[in-house]
Design a protein around this ligand. Structure first.
Ligand code: NOJ
Ligand code: CA
Length: 706
């Protein structure tokens, strides 16, 4: 319920010292945990500060813009009016980490006007929550401007101490970097340029991508995580780091073609600039700030998408067991026949049926099929990718209709795959026909991919042009009752609240790097960092569940750098409404640990983040929607850990049966990764479970009422 406060918390302070005139207003969060102070300095520059429980966490920071052809918004503003209000509402997640979300904030809206002849207008809106803040700029309709071309957004975040930061570089083209842990004063994004395993990468500044998470030094730290919410028709934001002043400044992703960052007609507003603020790291994961700052559901119910587990013709290609392509080469204009087969193709009708059978037998709802369509023969090192991929024409050994028929018979859904190879114009031309084909076949989800430099050259994955491409593809998909899981995507900014067909995405260094990266794969600390950084943005298609940790016989020099038990725990820890059982079926057959994957939920009524520290460990319990079952996952970095977990989230006076999938005594991510033990024990809300996690290990637990 929304109501506007009669009393406006405005107080004008006129300080006569040093001719500095401050017009100041402030607003508190509902529980008085966080405060935003806003003022105009003596030069008319809009500025703000953020205070958390009496500690200034963002010191005086200026706001503004630079534009093409017209004067910047860099000062000469006055406050015209101030309005404040409060909202306390609850909304239902159609699928998610919990059934219901509380959206409780106080809002401050400040209308500004230039003191110059033109008197251009700009508004600022702050929403202050107990778990953080969001603010955005509004460009209201005005006679003085009908369009702006933004060349630089000048949003500053002045840190007050030299935090420990978990960061990836501000790459305009990809988020698939390992996280770095350094003080803010030591962030060096430039040193991350030219990673040999990235098909595209561009790091122009010493900037970081968001979410970037920080912990203050000292005995009683606080945590900050910077990100953005509701990224629509705007460029993605990186944060430029000043190692000396500890200031972060928005650096929008640009375009070499246009030379600017954003072009918009008025009226419009920017995405929310967000800061999650917490006293405990676990509270960052509890926070629903990012989704709360998005608009309510515009699609209504989408009964055609239900969360599911899936298998797929996928890992076998990353291992090199089979290929995406049907034939290695193609002559222009050639139509393939069976004689052209190279014999290694993964996406055959027969192989797909094998995965369908396996899924049907094991409580797994979907099968992803990559490499089903023509174009893959041009995949490697091919620069001109326009017109190469075809999203309706299967290879001759893949009978799409038969596969779909067979899957239906078995109660399994086929997941479509559209690898665009970062040629979005080719994809856009075919979108309607590709989605119509899916609709005709009754296929309701697609995994899309954008590997490579964007064609047209000069656009970047995270710039305004591509933000619009990703969003428009998802909006159109909704018209065809299709849910989207994008790889090489734009970052998640909570749009899933408004468009719940945006189900999951990659946008991080996923499991695939363990199969082939030249730097030894994802180290054991990777996911304990991801849980407190990338995961704050939204669901992750990480593709867990690799049991054949050493990847033999396919990749003798690569491996997954976790124990098998940790792979199980990831189904609970790393949230997504679609969770892949990524390994080859033959690696699951006969392995008792597979029972956990068969059993684990994918849609949740409730989530409890039990403990954790970025880069070290994290434990999460989730209650399945529609059942009374709880599942718990705990993961650690390269250090072994003993943790005690109180099961006080269970219903009082009820008894439960817990099945614990834990690392064996001598398990180790490198020396002994597949050693695990399964134990069973009766538990209730008074039970304290003592778990021993091996180096790079984890534990996965199912807890069901007796
Ligand atoms: C990169 C994606 O992340 C991966 O999952 C996919 O298999 C390949 N592209 C091919 O589309
Ligand atoms: Ca990828």
């Amino acid at each position: 319920m929304r109501f506007f406060l009669v009393a406006i918390s405005l107080f004008l302070l006129v300080s006569c010292t040093q001719q500095e005139e401050l017009k100041e207003t402030s607003i508190n969060s509902p529980g008085n945990i966080n405060t935003v102070e806003f003022f105009i300095d003596a030069s008319g520059v809009p500025k703000y500060r953020v205070i958390h429980k009496g500690t200034t966490v963002i010191d005086t920071s200026s706001l503004g813009f630079e534009f093409k052809d017209i004067p910047a918004f860099k000062g000469d503003f006055r406050i015209v009016s101030i309005d404040s209000g409060s909202t306390d509402e609850a909304w239902k997640m159609p699928w998610g980490e919990q059934s219901e979300v509380r959206n409780h904030y106080n809002e401050l809206k400040v209308d500004l006007e230039e003191t110059l002849e033109n008197a251009r207008k700009l508004n600022l809106v702050f929403r202050v929550y107990d778990d953080g803040i969001g603010f955005r700029y509004e460009f209201p309709e005005q006679a003085q401007m009908n369009e702006v071309i933004i060349t630089d957004e000048l949003t500053n975040f002045q840190l007050t101490v030299d935090h420990t930061a978990w960061w990836i570089p501000g790459d305009w083209d990809i988020y698939e970097h390992l996280y770095n842990t350094t003080r803010v004063s030591e962030i060096n994004a430039i040193s991350k340029r030219n990673h040999p395993d990235l098909a595209q990468t561009y790091i122009p500044e010493n900037a970081v991508n968001t979410p970037v998470t920080m912990r203050s030094p000292g005995e009683q730290p606080y945590y900050l995580s910077f990100h953005e919410a509701e990224l629509l028709d705007y460029a993605g934001m990186t944060l430029k780091v000043n190692n000396e002043t500890l200031n972060l400044e928005s650096e929008l992703v640009g375009s070499d073609i246009t030379g600017y960052k954003v072009k918009r007609s008025l009226p419009f507003h920017t995405p929310w600039r967000t800061i999650q603020i917490a006293d405990k790291a676990t509270e960052l994961i509890d926070s629903k700030l990012i989704v709360n700052l998005n608009e309510p559901n515009k699609l209504g119910d989408i009964p055609w998408f239900t969360p599911m587990k899936y298998t797929g013709i996928w890992w076998e290609m990353h291992l090199g067991k089979s290929s995406w392509d049907f034939a290695r080469t193609q002559v222009a204009g050639q139509t393939f026949s069976m004689e052209d087969a190279s014999g290694t193709h993964g996406a055959t009708t027969e192989n797909t049926k094998h995965y369908i059978d396996f899924s049907a037998k094991n409580n797994i709802g979907g099968v992803l099929v990559e490499g089903w369509n023509t174009g893959w023969e041009h995949w490697i090192g091919f620069e001109d990718r326009e017109g190469v991929f075809d999203f309706v024409t299967p290879y001759p050994d893949y009978d799409l209709e038969e596969v779909v028929r067979y899957a239906k018979e078995k109660g399994v859904q086929i997941i479509m795959h559209h690898e665009t190879s970062a040629a979005p114009r080719t994809y856009e031309k075919q979108l309607d026909t590709a989605y119509a084909l899916m609709q005709k076949l009754g296929i309701h989800s697609v995994k899309s991919g954008y590997v490579g430099k964007i064609i047209p050259k000069g656009e970047y994955h995270h710039g305004q042009w591509m933000v619009n491409h990703y969003n428009n593809a998802a909006f159109k998909a909704a018209d065809y009752q299709i849910a989207v899981n994008a790889h090489e995507p734009i970052k998640a900014t909570g749009l899933r609240r408004t468009y719940p067909n945006i189900i999951s995405r990659e946008g991080l260094r996923g499991q695939e790097f363990n199969a082939w990266s030249s730097d030894g794969g994802n180290p054991p600390e990777h996911l304990p960092i991801v849980a407190f950084t990338r995961m704050l943005a939204g669901p992750i298609d990480y593709t867990p569940g690799i049991f054949n940790i050493k990847l033999s016989p396919y990749k003798p020099t690569s491996q997954v750098n976790t124990t098998l038990a940790q792979q199980l725990a990831l189904y609970v820890v790393i949230y997504s409404p679609i969770q892949m059982a990524a390994d080859l079926p033959e690696n699951y057959e006969g392995n008792p640990a597979f029972e956990f994957i068969r059993d684990v939920g994918v849609d949740w009524q409730k989530t409890v983040v039990i403990n954790g520290e970025p880069g070290d460990f994290v434990t999460i319990a989730r209650k399945e929607k529609g059942t009374e079952h709880w599942f718990m996952g705990s993961i650690t970095d390269e250090n072994a850990r003993e943790i005690s977990v109180k099961l006080d989230f269970l219903d009082k006076d009820e008894s439960y049966e817990a099945i614990i999938y834990a690392d064996a005594e001598d398990a180790h991510w490198d020396n002994n990764p597949t050693a695990y033990k399964i134990t069973q024990q009766k538990v209730n809300s008074e039970t304290v479970l003592d778990l021993k996690l091996a180096p790079g290990g984890g534990a996965a637990i199912s807890i069901k009422k007796e």
